[in-house]
Design a protein around this ligand. Structure first.
Ligand code: MV4
Length: 492
């Protein structure tokens, strides 16, 4: 069954390749777009056909709606997959696609728009009986209303922008004296960032966990969830490590949370793949928002369920009915994803673009590496610094961690600084191993203290490996990696 003849992938890097891989397996022709900065990128070569979309800045290329629509028509593409980021949650783009007779691979533009308003989505979820964080019922209407609500729920409270995302405009308020100023500052920030000054107030949860559910729904009213992911380890709202399932999940909690996730889907008339985000603290969970796109971390869900989420997206977009019911979907084992970014972990994670001098990707049992880079590739400075997703699978969480550690040792990336040493530190961190993570995990002292040591160790390892590789001693480089692993295991 061939759902489309030709699909345009309006994205770049690893996710463009991820989507094209699904298309290739399904015999669907792929159309790539690329900016002038990406003319030598892998996603361009992987596609059946590729079109230059514009100059390097995203506004001129991967956000250039007119050009992208033009290329879709010119190439005879019936559908557009937006990947994540760029146009993935832009309802005007999804609307434009439908006006142009092109299938947008995602939910309807109306659903995207409704989920973009934090107040609107929170209200409809509360009405549907999904737990939400206590706070103002809608936008803050007056200083007096804000004060009353804050008194009622208790400090600290958090001021959030309704149009917000990624924490922009969010402010924590410790006491009544600081409330007025936080609201006006929040409104100013929201206005300048989103052109909508509406803010609302919630009880502030200290060090919550971020737990999300992957969902799939078709256009015929069927919906399933693909279980949970733990995404608490993040820095400035950029996730760094994700795993599935969440290490704190119990059968009872999963039952309740998954029912809420399905209620969110049914209430919003959602279709295609999506993610329902919850905050979890002290045994309670609260709906945060719904992400109406394919996510970076969909890989860990694929590893534990065996379901190819991108293929399901294509089938759903073509009007198919879901091929399984909830009781046919089960979890096997545990999966972890480490985001490998070209960043300097010892210099405030500043982006470190540049040429990959040497590259060797890990492999073996239980590994999956989704990446858009290769040896000799120059990482452009114009885009996100994520260069690879290193994913491990094991029968148990312990085995997934052991495999991830082993893969980090096997990984050779020379030429740019990366987050590999940070992952090395996390995978050996006692609190992580015990599953005790939360959204402020990386700010804790125990990580900061070990990080510098791991970075130095990693630099030494890379130098040794580079020397072996320069001499053509590929095998020595591999055994070098393995003996480094054995040495460090002995130290523990
Ligand atoms: C919160 C919170 C604590 N209490 N809301 C950050 C982004 C936005 N999606 C929601 N966020 C938060 N909302 C209340 N009532 C803490 C955060 C938060 C956070 C949430 C998920 C993942 C990482 C985070 C990092 C800092 C703050």
């Amino acid at each position: 069954m061939k759902y489309f003849e030709k699909v345009l992938i309006a994205n770049r890097g690893e996710i463009a390749i991820r989507v094209m891989r699904a298309c290739r397996e399904m015999n669907i022709e792929t159309i790539a777009i690329y900016s002038t900065a990406d003319k030598d990128a892998l996603h361009v070569k992987y596609a059946d056909e590729a079109f230059m979309v514009g100059e390097a800045p995203p506004a001129k290329s991967y956000l250039n709606v007119d050009r992208i629509i033009d290329i879709a028509h010119k190439s005879g593409s019936e559908a557009i997959h937006p990947g994540y980021g760029f146009l993935a949650e832009n309802y005007s783009f999804a609307k434009r696609c439908s006006e142009e007779g092109i299938t947008f691979i995602g939910p309807s533009w109306k659903t995207i728009r409704a989920m973009g308003s934090k107040i609107e989505s929170k209200q409809s979820m509360r009405d549907a009986g999904v737990p939400v964080v206590p706070g103002t019922p809608g936008g803050v209407k007056s200083a007096a209303e804000a004060k009353n609500i804050a008194d009622e729920i208790g400090y600290p409270v958090i001021v959030k922008a309704s149009a917000g995302g990624g924490g922009i405009g969010m402010q924590i308020v410790e006491n009544e004296q600081a409330l007025d100023e936080a609201i006006s500052a929040g409104m100013r920030m929201a206005e300048s960032a989103f052109g909508d000054s509406t803010v609302f107030i919630e009880k502030y949860l200290v060090k919550p966990r971020h737990i999300e559910f992957q969902v799939l729904a078709d256009e015929h009213g069927n919906a399933v969830h693909l279980y949970d992911r733990e995404c608490s380890i993040q820095r400035r709202h950029q996730k760094l490590v994700e795993e599935a399932p969440s290490p704190i999940m119990t059968p009872e909690l999963r039952e309740r949370m998954s029912q809420s996730a399905i209620a969110v889907v049914e209430t919003s008339g959602y279709w295609n793949a999506g993610t329902v985000e919850f905050l979890y603290a002290d045994g309670d969970y609260y709906f945060m928002e719904m992400n109406t796109r394919l996510q970076v971390e969909h890989t860990v869900t694929e590893l534990i369920t065996g379901i190819d989420i991108v293929k399901q997206q294509l089938a759903i977009a073509a009007g198919e009915t879901l091929p399984f019911e909830q009781d046919e979907i089960s979890i096997r084992g545990h999966a972890i994803e480490c985001r490998i970014n070209a960043e300097d972990p010892l210099n405030n994670f500043t982006a470190d673009p540049g040429k990959i001098q040497r590259y060797r990707s890990p492999g073996g049992p239980g590994m999956r590496v989704d990446s858009g880079i290769h040896m000799g590739y120059t990482i452009p400075a114009s885009y996100d610094s994520m260069i690879a997703k290193l994913c491990s699978w094991g029968m148990t969480r312990q085995e997934a961690i052991a495999r991830m550690r082993r893969a980090i040792y096997e990984y050779v990336i020379i030429g740019v600084k990366t987050t590999l040493p940070l992952h090395h530190a996390i995978m050996h961190n006692k609190h992580f191993i015990e599953g005790n993570t939360h959204t402020h995990f990386l700010q804790e002292e125990h990580i900061q203290k070990t990080l510098a040591r791991y970075v130095r160790e990693e630099e030494k390892r890379m130098q040794t490996l580079a020397a072996s590789l320069r001499q053509g001693k590929e095998i020595a480089a591999i055994t070098g990696a393995v003996s480094a692993y054995i040495q460090s295991q002995k130290k523990e």
